[in-house]
Design a protein around this ligand. Structure first.
Ligand code: AMP
Length: 284
């Protein structure tokens, strides 16, 4: 496995692969890798000749400086994990390599950016759009892999690829969960043992809400049930929404006619102590 900190040698390596007609799969990450990330690497390795994993804690997508500072960084452990799966190259640049000058370009994803994560993390998707565009231009992958766990991010990137004509195929990979249902996340490393236990409230709430919505309860009623569960565990709920999975329009009920362009998806976010977690689940 090759490790690159600089863009130029990475490009030289990839150009040689491309000249040999090889397909390139890209898995963008911020590191502190877990089995969820590795499932994306495996999906890429199954479909491509060469798999590149980028590891970059992207400052432009953090709206909270303390969240950026406390984001776990475990590069040595990450590269050991990647050695064990079929990853061919790691791109782990410093911020100065990706942003030699303070970036001035902003993305506006319209409605996709105004709800849920976009509403609670202003500027987040602009930073995501910027770094993902840079990675797509540097690596020019034939395929790119993202997790369902960050569904809104996937919807935003799908739009980015369509609107800017990036010549690649996107794949969304199902969320990997711990045995008790907690969605795997690098941020889970910041939970103390007690917080780790109560963090299952995200998954449990989604399961309860799915059942309630399937039985004809309104979103408002489902949200009240979720809020009660969060209150019982002293976890603060930021939002619980039902949305059209493609255009992210917020839905007030589960009638299929309200989600014409995609399946309805429940999305949830909240804080366990200082640690912000998100999760989601399709209704069907
Ligand atoms: P991150 O390092 O958190 O930016 O995540 C990098 C990629 O891994 C993103 O496409 C995430 O959606 C994906 N990912 C993160 N956690 C999981 C998970 N539990 N299951 C599947 N994919 C995930």
């Amino acid at each position: 496995m090759e490790i690159f900190k600089q863009i130029a040698p990475l490009k030289a390596f990839l150009n040689a692969q491309k000249r040999a007609g090889k397909s390139i799969g890209l898995v963008p990450t911020m590191g502190a890798l877990h089995a969820g990330h590795l499932s994306l690497i495996k999906a890429s390795a199954a479909q491509n000749d060469v798999t590149v994993c980028s590891i970059f804690v992207n400052p432009t997508q953090f709206n909270n400086p303390s969240d950026l500072q406390k984001y776990p960084r475990t590069l040595d452990k990450d590269t050991l994990l990647l050695e064990k799966v079929e990853c061919d190259a790691v791109f782990c640049p410093d911020a100065s390599e990706m942003y030699p000058e303070r970036s001035i370009i902003k993305f506006d994803f319209g409605h996709l950016d105004k709800v849920m994560e976009g509403a609670f993390r202003p500027g987040h998707f602009s930073g995501v759009g910027l770094v993902v565009s840079k990675l797509f231009n540097i690596i020019q992958p034939t395929h790119a892999y993202f997790g369902q766990k960050d569904w809104q991010q996937f919807a935003v990137i799908r739009r980015l690829v369509e609107e800017l004509n990036f010549d690649l195929e996107l794949t969304s990979v199902p969320t990997s969960r711990e045995d008790d249902g907690l969605a795997m996340s690098s941020r889970n490393l910041r939970l103390n043992p007690e917080q780790r236990q109560v963090a299952t409230v995200f998954y449990e709430s989604l399961v309860v809400a799915r059942q309630a919505l399937q039985q004809g309860k309104t979103v408002q009623e489902a949200r009240a049930m979720v809020q009660t569960k969060f209150d019982e565990r002293h976890v603060s709920l930021e939002y619980f929404e039902l949305a059209d999975s493609k255009n992210l329009n917020i839905l007030e009920n589960v009638k299929a006619s309200d989600a014409p362009s995609g399946q309805p998806i429940m999305c949830i976010a909240g804080f366990v102590g200082e640690v912000r977690l998100i999760d989601n689940m399709f209704l069907q």
